[in-house]
Design a protein around this ligand. Structure first.
Ligand code: M6R
Length: 611
């Protein structure tokens, strides 16, 4: 949540910062701001999107080549110009941008106020700026020491960049719990909360670890711990390309990402699902496979869409690996008193790899001795670094706030894991194993077939764009898909939507059904087909409108439903990968028709790094 960008070098900093902020806008869009160091720091900040900030700066010539910028998702203090970052300290000697939360900010503020320090905003970040300045002035120390001493008094999480007027040749960056990446150029450095603003300038990056403090001059980077011990920076190569973070001709990132799914699933398969020798091979799990095979219990932890993928994982692990599975919201798990055994395997699923609750749940599981695995998309993010082993999804950068391709790639990884554990346990025979792998390889092409019906899905979306409520139903593997379809609709179109197991409908939600209630039923041909046909009849008997996702060629539901979206036939275990696609498109088109900002829905941010 919130985006950070910084530059130090010989180029004019402003365009680099503004460009970077636009790339980071998916992390928060309540306000945006920049500070450029000329003789003094020039700070511009504005409520709203980066475009508002650009208007505010207008044609002013800012030629400084050191600068910082921030796009905010508000935690402390309402989104307005004053609370926007960067924040200058009272005497203007420091300017800072900050992601995360300073939990003891109120006490620190009180103490500073008692010593005569005044504040302009309600933010925790301004407290930090003033604390650094106070220590710098009173302690007569240099900026780096002032930052380290101030941070030693802070409880909470931060990724921050500090600019000091008295030491205009450097930026100071520090990380604890909120990611920071430094791009290494030729006599220039780029700093950001993720790699997206950096990739067009350099592919060489250094990921800061928790507790790192970096002092960055245009031609030198010194990395230390908070305790002033020197660290050797590890330079890594980014694997993403600039094309992956552009809209590539699509109207929205979300649409591009929906259409990328055949490729992103193929990338997730690559080198792992081998049709030539009929094998699934997950290199990242090689060393822990014996423990996975022996495990009596798997606990899946995640939030949001990743939790829905986890729920599909429960069905997959039960079916193929015959192991007990519990799927937990990370935010509930970590605050309960969960029973975690040393021989449990915990699987954390996260697109961003930075979700605060998921990270906290991982730490809890590790403290209790469980083997903790990660399924993550963002390479180098916190979750892969804090788990014992794991599998990357290789979906490519997901910029749209609504998760789409990450979901199908997470399910792909879970299916690969479940099948390979089942196979290693001797629970899947040769014929079935071969059949599964062959069908798995067909999934990208079958998704392509569904995508080619987008025009039809758009037409149906037009009929339901003015709904105020809707119900999504599914059974078995398709229940998590119903939840995911409902989440997609509500988060981007603001239409209230509920996902339910179809059989639960008669225990309450059926009371909602009338002629104005669209009911989206995910009803492909599987062992509970007859049952879901009965559920559709129950809806129709009460004049509800049914939009059904059905297997191609289905004639029974076609006669009952108002509209159908067809998906190609596949193995039941792979139906979530296909049936979710029309629901993603349906939500997308409805949201666009309602004039909503689908890539940046109100109140949301791409990665939730606050608890
Ligand atoms: O990055 P993560 O997968 O850990 O994020 C989890 C949720 O915040 C995320 O899936 C959220 O629910 C999306 N907006 C859903 O589209």
């Amino acid at each position: 949540m919130c985006g950070i960008v910084g530059y130090i070098g010989d180029r004019v900093a402003l365009p680099i910062l503004l460009n970077g902020l636009k790339r980071l806008e998916y992390r928060g869009y309540d306000s945006a701001g920049v500070a450029i160091l000329e003789d003094l720091p020039l700070v511009f900040k504005k409520k709203g999107k980066v475009a508002e900030l650009e208007k505010h700066i207008g044609n002013q010539k800012l030629t400084g080549s050191i600068g910082i910028g921030h796009t905010r998702w508000a935690t402390h203090g309402e989104p307005n110009d004053v609370n926007a970052h960067p924040h200058a300290s009272m005497n203007g000697k420091f300017v800072i941008i900050h992601n995360g939360i300073i939990e003891n900010y109120a006490r620190l503020r009180e103490r500073l106020e008692a010593r005569g320090v005044t504040f302009k905003s309600q933010t925790d970040t301004e407290v930090l700026a003033n604390l650094i300045e106070y220590i710098y002035e009173k302690g007569q120390v240099d900026a780096e020491l002032a930052v380290r001493l101030a941070l030693s008094k802070v409880i909470g999480a931060y990724g921050l960049v500090v600019m000091c007027v008295g030491e205009p040749d450097k930026l100071i960056a520090a990380r604890k719990g909120s990611p920071l990446v430094i791009g290494v150029g030729n006599e220039e450095y780029f700093i950001a909360s993720d790699a997206t603003p950096i990739v067009e300038y350099t592919k060489s990056v250094i990921y800061l670890n928790d507790g790192d403090v970096a002092v960055i001059k245009k031609d030198q980077l010194v990395l230390k711990t908070m305790k002033n011990d020197s660290q050797s920076p590890v330079i890594q190569e980014l694997s993403i390309d600039i094309g992956e973070i552009d809209k590539g001709g699509y109207d929205h990132f979300m649409l591009k990402e929906i259409f990328e799914q055949p490729r992103s699933i193929q990338d997730t398969f690559r080198g792992r699902v081998r049709s030539e020798n009929n094998e699934i091979h997950l290199g990242g799990l090689y060393e822990v496979m014996p423990r996975l095979i022996e495990s009596k219990r798997i606990i899946i932890i995640a939030c949001g869409t990743s939790w829905h993928a986890g729920l599909v994982g429960e069905y997959l692990f039960e079916d193929f690996a015959r192991v007990n599975v519990e799927v937990e919201y990370a935010s509930e798990f970590r605050y309960r008193n969960p029973i975690i055994n040393k021989d449990d395997v915990v699987i954390a699923i996260s697109q961003s790899g930075e979700t605060a609750d998921t990270l906290a749940a991982i730490r809890l599981a590790k403290e209790n001795g469980a083997l903790v695995l990660g399924i993550c998309n963002v390479v180098g993010s916190s979750i892969p670094r804090e788990t014992h082993a794991g599998v990357y999804t290789h979906a490519g950068p997901e910029i749209g706030v609504a998760s789409t391709k990450a979901f199908t790639c997470q399910v792909t990884v879970l299916a690969m894991m479940a099948i390979s554990i089942g196979r290693s346990k001797g629970l899947i025979d040769d014929t079935n194993y071969r059949k599964l792998i062959q069908e798995f390889n067909q999934i990208p092409e079958k998704i392509g077939e569904i995508l080619s019906q987008s025009g039809h899905i758009k037409q149906i979306a037009d009929k339901y764009k003015n709904s105020t409520n809707s119900l999504y139903l599914g059974r078995g593997y398709l229940f998590p898909v119903a939840l995911e379809g409902a989440l997609k609709l509500k988060e981007i179109s603001y239409i209230h939507a509920e996902g339910y197991p179809a059989a639960e409908m008669k225990h309450g939600p059926i009371a909602l059904i009338d002629q104005n209630m669209p009911v989206v039923v995910v009803a492909t041909k599987d062992s509970s087909y007859e049952k879901i046909v009965s559920n559709i009849q129950e809806v129709k008997a009460r004049n509800g409108q049914v939009i059904a996702v059905v297997t191609k060629g289905d004639t029974i539901i076609r006669q009952m439903a108002d509209y159908v979206f067809e998906i190609p036939e596949t193995e039941t275990v792979f139906t979530p990968l296909l049936s979710v696609i029309p629901l993603q498109l349906f939500s997308y088109y409805i949201a666009v028709m309602r004039g909503c900002n689908v890539d940046q829905p109100r109140n949301l941010a791409k990665s939730v790094t606050v608890e």
